[in-house]
Write a protein that binds this ligand. Structure first.
Ligand code: ASP
Ligand code: MG
Length: 403
C-alpha cells in the first residue's frame, strides 16, 4: 500500500465531466489499496475571473482581501471533487488550506509555506478516507488566509507529499508528460520517460510551463518522486527523480521563451563597481536579470547587455535612465523583439561539443545569435523573435531528429 498525492490542475477540473473523470482516477487509486490525497487547483480560468471581478470593484484592493477572494476558487473545486467521489461510493473529506495544516508567512499573494501540520490529514487517511485538499492556499499566524502566488498549487502538492513522506506525487495536467520540445509546435517532439530534478528546474525556470519551479525545488530537496501525466489519456507520463541513468539521452529538451527583452547599456565607464551598480539597482526592485554579456573595455568604456522579462523592460530602462548621468553612461537601448532558445540536458556535462552542434543547427538556418549563456546543463541563445520557432525546430532536428 502506497501513499500517493495526486495534483489536478485547473483544466483537469474545469467542468462536471472533468471532475467526474478526476473522481474516477482518484477512486481507482484508492480502490487499488493506496492512501490518496488529491490536491486541486481552481476550475479552468476561475482565478483570473475572480481577480478581474475584484479589480473591477477596486483597482488596488489590499492583498489580504485579494487572498480572501482568490482562495475561494480552490474551495469550489475541492468541494465538487469530494461530492463526485462520494457519488462513486468512496469515503472522502475535503479540507481547506488551514484545515490541512498549511502554515505560511504573511506575505499575501506570495506567501511561503513554513510547514504543513499533517495531523488532520493523517487522521482522515487512517479512517480510510480520501482527502481532497485545496491547493494554492494556507493560513498565516494571525489566522488569515494567504495564497502562494499564481501556479502555487503545484507547490502545495509537493509540500504535502514531503510532509507525509509520500511514495509518489502525481501531476495531472492537460499534457501527458514532459516533451523534448513543445509538441504543438514541433511535430517530432517526444515524450520523456524520465527527467532529473535539475533538468526539470531549468525547464520550469525557462518558462516551459511544466511545473511551478518552487515545486520542483522542493521535490529535489525532499527527494519526492514526481510523475507528470494527463488526466485525459491515462497513459504513462514522465517521472522526475534524482539522477538519470548514464546511458539515457544527452539532452532532455529544447525550449523557447518569447517573453523576454534585451537591454543594452552603452558606454559604461570601464572601472570596478559599474556592473554592481546596475544590477543591484534592478535587484532592489525585484527585477530578474538573465543572460548577461559585457563587451571588452575600449577607450575607457564598455557595453553591458542583459535580458529581463518583457513586462519589466520599461521599468528597468527607467531605473537606469534615472542614474544615467550619475553613472556616466552614454546610451540605453532596449529591444522586445527577441526570443531565448535553450537546450537543457544533464548529459551535456560529460559530452563536449554540444554547444558547437547547437550553433551549427542555427547556422544551417542562417539564424544570427545575439547573446549566448551557459550553465552546466543548459545553453541559452538570444535570437530575433521572428527566428524563434525555426531555431527550435532546427535544433530539435539536429539532436532528436533521427533516432
Ligand atoms: N488557481 C491558482 C492559479 O491559477 C493556483 C494554481 O492553479 O496553481 O494561479
Ligand atoms: Mg489555475
Amino acid at each position: 500500500m502506497a501513499l500517493i498525492v495526486q495534483k489536478f490542475g485547473g483544466s483537469s477540473v474545469k467542468d462536471a465531466e472533468q471532475i467526474n473523470n478526476v473522481a474516477e482516477i482518484v477512486t481507482s487509486a484508492y480502490r487499488a489499496g493506496n492512501r490518496v490525497v488529491a490536491v486541486v487547483s481552481a476550475q479552468g480560468d476561475t482565478t483570473d475571473e475572480l481577480e478581474a471581478q475584484g479589480l473591477a470593484i477596486n483597482p488596488s484592493p489590499s492583498k489580504r482581501e485579494m487572498d480572501m477572494l482568490l482562495s475561494a476558487g480552490e474551495q469550489i473545486s475541492a468541494a465538487l471533487l469530494a461530492m463526485a467521489i462520494e457519488e462513486l461510493g468512496c469515503p472522502v473529506v475535503s479540507l481547506l488550506g488551514w484545515q490541512a495544516g498549511f502554515e505560511t508567512t504573511s506575505t499575501h499573494g506570495e506567501a511561503r509555506i513554513r510547514r504543513v501540520r499533517v495531523e488532520r490529514i493523517l487522521k482522515e487517511l487512517d479512517q480510510r478516507r480520501i482527502v481532497v485538499v485545496t491547493g494554492f492556499q494556507g493560513v498565516d499566524r494571525y489566522g488569515d488566509m494567504t495564497t502562494l502566488g499564481r501556479g502555487g498549487s503545484d507547490t502545495s502538492a509537493v509540500a504535502i507529499a514531503a510532509a507525509l513522506k509520500a511514495d509518489l506525487c502525481q501531476f495531472y495536467k492537460d499534457v501527458d508528460g514532459v516533451y523534448t520540445a513543445d509538441p504543438r509546435k514541433v511535430p517530432g517532439a517526444r515524450k520523456l520517460d524520465f527527467i532529473s530534478y535539475d533538468e526539470m528546474l531549468e525547464l520550469a525556470t525557462l518558462g516551459a510551463q511544466v511545473l511551478h519551479n518552487r515545486a520542483v525545488e522542493m521535490a529535489k530537496k525532499y527527494n519526492i518522486r514526481l510523475e507528470m501525466l494527463s488526466s485525459l489519456t491515462r497513459t504513462r507520463g514522465t517521472i522526475v527523480k534524482g539522477e538519470r541513468k548514464m546511458e539515457e539521452m544527452l539532452l532532455s529538451g529544447v525550449t523557447k521563451d518569447d517573453n523576454t527583452a534585451r537591454i543594452s547599456v552603452i558606454g559604461v565607464p570601464d572601472r570596478p563597481g559599474m556592473a554592481f551598480k546596475i544590477f543591484s539597482t534592478l535587484a532592489a526592485k525585484g527585477i530578474n536579470v538573465d543572460v548577461i554579456l559585457q563587451s571588452i573595455g575600449r577607450n575607457g568604456t564598455k557595453d553591458i547587455s542583459f535580458t529581463v522579462p518583457s513586462p519589466k523592460m520599461e521599468e528597468a530602462v527607467a531605473l537606469i535612465e534615472e542614474q544615467r548621468e550619475n553613472w556616466g553612461v552614454t546610451d540605453i537601448i532596449s529591444d522586445e523583439d527577441v526570443a531565448k532558445v535553450s537546450i537543457v540536458g544533464a548529459g551535456m556535462e560529460t559530452h563536449p561539443g554540444v554547444a558547437a552542434e547547437m550553433f551549427e543547427a542555427l547556422f544551417s538556418q542562417n539564424i544570427n545569435i545575439r547573446m549566448i549563456s551557459t550553465s552546466e546543463i543548459k545553453i541559452t541563445v538570444l535570437l530575433d523573435k521572428a527566428d524563434g520557432d525555426r531555431a527550435v525546430k532546427a535544433i530539435h532536428d539536429k539532436f532528436f531528429g533521427d533516432v
